[in-house]
Write a protein that binds this ligand. Structure first.
Ligand code: GDP
Ligand code: IMO
Ligand code: MG
Length: 423
């Protein structure tokens, strides 16, 4: 069998958790391939709202196997809390949730380094989630990291101490006033490592390739979004992993020719949390309305998300980099009520109209070029069929399809599992 990918095409929070949950019944295995507890994936069903951080969004389905791949970074402390949140669901996590031995561990000092780095940057800060993501991936590529498999080694504590001591020297180098009690953080960390050890560690690339040979189907769940990709995002205001399609191959050990469908998910408008350029950002009442109706507050940090119009230049770029075969449009319901909607179809780049993403998309270089579309007033949240949607919304959907050249297969009209229209 083959592997399908589900990827966020914007700056994250597109609704990946909801859609993975909706799609899980079609797959045997759901696998996360990058990112870590910087992610917050929300699912809603049967009146329950649940936010997942490191655990794949297929976990609530009875028969699904959920894998945390080698490309993921795990903070045992956050992970322990995530497991506690699942206790009331009474799942057999030992057989349902498998962890790659090659996944890297986020140490308490990685979190401190993240905070120190951000504080030292002042106004130029990335706006990171402060979960230690950047420093952990730095140690991975710098070949200093500690992996899940190392927990099973007799000298785990010694390896930990060596790296943490190095980190403490680095924190001192930043010369900022960072208050912390490392002893307390370490006690919490080692207790959480004991909890992590109760789960099954696997050689996940071997497991997944064997599963494929046995005819099993796999859905790879991305975290963040394409515009936060370390290579293709709005660098340096990005995360530290490859959030794009290629990241699924390196983050799971799956060959490119095993990938079949690439599902690209986007909001009917755009949001971004943290710093960095955002050409279609709205600073007016319209932006505030979208934020309020869309409840645009980070599921991890609670920070207000910046809101703006849909940017087709950026969307086409993400579709191209990922080889998207099907689009899923989320939060269409949030746009109900506007007389007109704007969609960015090009950029005025230093006096020239372009329709690709240039090296610099900062405000001083890029002004969005908009077309106006008729809005709709109807409440979409109870609709279940594409035909029921207002004609203006169908025109909005079909306009995007014709501009991007990829069909929109799902239109989401609310946070619940059931508020999902298949076109
Ligand atoms: P993820 O990180 O991509 O999984 O997305 P988040 O969970 O961080 O943010 C998406 C938010 O939008 C969550 O609060 C979801 O419950 C909610 N959501 C998802 N789809 C829809 C939708 O179609 N309409 C509305 N109104 N909310 C949605
Ligand atoms: P999900 O999976 C939205 C953003 C942060 C910051 C930048 C770097 O829920 O879509 P990091 O902590 O990764 O070093 O932060 O990336 N960011 C996200 N924004 N959704 C996410 O994940 C994000 N994960 C990181 O706000 O701008
Ligand atoms: Mg999120």
């Amino acid at each position: 069998m083959t592997v399908d990918l589900l990827l966020g095409l914007q700056w994250g929070d597109e609704g990946k958790g909801k859609i993975v949950d909706v799609l899980t019944s079609k797959y045997d295995i759901i696998a996360r391939f990058q990112g870590g507890p910087n992610a917050g994936h929300t699912l809603e069903f049967d009146g329950i709202k649940h936010v997942l951080r490191t655990i794949p969004s297929g976990i609530f389905h009875k028969n699904s196997i959920n894998i945390i791949g080698n490309g993921v970074v795990i903070d045992p402390v956050v992970f322990q809390k995530e497991l506690e949140g699942l206790e009331k669901f009474n799942m057999d996590l030992k057989s349902k949730l498998l962890i790659s031995r090659k996944a890297h561990l986020i140490l308490p000092t990685h979190r401190l380094l993240d905070a120190a780095s951000e504080a030292s940057k002042g106004k130029a800060k990335i706006g990171s989630t402060l979960k230690g993501i950047g420093p952990t991936y730095m140690d991975k590529t710098g070949r200093n990291g500690i992996r899940v498999g190392d927990i099973e080694l007799t000298d785990f504590k010694e390896r930990y101490r060596n790296l943490a001591d190095k980190h403490e020297a680095m924190i001192a180098f930043y010369d900022i006033d960072l208050q912390y009690n490392l002893k307390e953080m370490e006690d919490e960390f080692f207790a959480a490592v004991e909890v992590l050890k109760t789960l099954k560690f696997i050689d996940s690339e071997e497991y997944l390739n064997n599963a494929l040979k046995e005819g099993k189907s796999i859905l790879a769940e991305g975290a963040q979004g394409s515009l936060l990709d370390i290579d293709f995002g709005t660098y340096p205001f990005v995360t530290s992993s490859n959030t794009t399609a290629a990241g699924a191959c390196t983050g799971l050990g799956i060959a490119p020719n095993r990938v079949k469908e690439v599902f690209g998910i986007f909001k009917a408008y755009t949001t971004r949390v943290g710093s960095g350029p955002f050409p279609t950002e709205l600073f007016d009442e319209t932006g505030q309305t979208i934020a309020r109706v869309g409840n645009e507050f980070g599921s991890v940090t609670g920070r207000a998300r910046r809101c703006g119009w849909l940017d087709l230049v950026a969307l086409k770029y993400a579709v191209q980099v990922n080889g998207v075969t099907e689009l899923y449009m989320m939060k269409g319901d949030v746009l109900s009520g506007f007389d007109t909607l704007k969609v960015c179809t090009g950029y005025n780049y230093k006096g020239q109209i372009i329709n690709h993403l240039p090296y610099n998309i900062e405000e001083e270089n890029v002004t969005p070029v908009y077309v106006e579309k008729k809005g709709w007033k109807a409440d979409l949240t109870g609709m279940t069929k594409y035909e029921e949607l207002p004609v203006e919304m169908k025109e909005y959907v079909e306009f995007i399809e014709s501009e991007v050249g990829v069909p929109i297969r799902i239109v989401s009209v609310g946070p619940d599992r059931t508020q999902t229209i298949v076109k």
